[in-house]
Design a protein around this ligand. Structure first.
Ligand code: FPP
Length: 237
């Protein structure tokens, strides 16, 4: 069904790409095949968000907890991430501003270098903001912000009572960005799994019964329609 022209304009969306492993198992394929297909879907949904006029979209690609997975699987996800960094995106053409969320010092130096370059090159793009969370944890992000502010207090540059919610927000990886309007989790799970804990305070949660590798543009339409039906009160009435 055609949707109204502006139905996704200005939205901020968080996406937990879940279900890659189960998808692969269902097809009798190794888990890494699920991640491969998941990465293709990531790329297509990014393009679609851009076309829809979405303001920012954040993809959860690798969590601080994902290191616990088998060595081969971690290696395969990181290789895919590297591949998509190098060739699959023409960030300039699409006018996206790309930001990486997470602690990147644990990643391969060549990936870190590319991430820095991509962020610098796209910093002044005026289109959608594409956040990619890699070695990201919501708690880790809050600890990181607390450490930065504690350092300023220690140096005498800041008083403890000057630490406000707004100041904390400025020290998150997403500083300057709008909090997500909704967080989408496919694959039927109903957890945040340490994703955008600070930013999700008032986000709507939309969960869907489709595995991420099967996720389509039409599924995103359905998620946005679901969000648009919700009435948000931000603690008011
Ligand atoms: C969750 O599914 C998915 C991941 C932990 C990895 C997501 C990574 C990619 C899609 C590829 C690399 C990223 C980019 C940005 C190119 P799961 O494995 O937990 O699925 P399951 O719950 O069915 O086992």
């Amino acid at each position: 069904m055609p949707h109204p022209e502006n139905f996704a304009k200005g939205l901020s969306i968080g996406i937990i790409m879940d279900g890659n492993g189960r998808w692969a198992k269902k097809q009798g394929l190794p888990r890494t095949a699920g991640h491969k297909k998941g990465a293709e879907v990531f790329q297509d949904i990014t393009r679609y968000c851009n076309e829809l006029g979405v303001e920012s979209v954040t993809f959860y690609a690798f969590s601080t907890e994902n290191w616990k997975r088998p060595y081969e699987e971690v290696g395969a996800i990181m290789r895919l991430f590297g591949e998509y960094l190098i060739k699959a995106f023409d960030y300039q053409k699409e006018n996206n501003r790309v930001v990486f969320l997470g602690e990147r010092s644990a990643l391969e130096p060549k990936h870190q270098k590319l991430m820095d370059e991509i962020e610098t090159k796209t910093a002044h793009n005026t289109g959608m903001t594409l956040n990619i969370a890699v070695n990201y944890g919501g708690r880790q992000e809050i600890v990181h912000a607390a450490q930065q502010l504690a350092r300023q207090v220690q140096e005498g540059a800041l008083a403890p009572e000057d630490i406000t919610e707004a100041l904390m927000s400025q020290h998150m990886y997403t500083h300057g960005q709008k909090d997500p309007d909704f967080i989408l989790r496919p694959s039927g799970e109903k957890r945040l799994s340490n994703f955008m804990l600070w930013q999700a305070a008032y986000s709507e949660l939309v969960e869907m019964d489709v595995l991420w590798p099967d996720f389509t543009r039409n599924d995103l339409d359905l998620a946005i329609e679901e969000f648009n039906r919700r009435s948000r009160r931000f603690g008011g009435i």
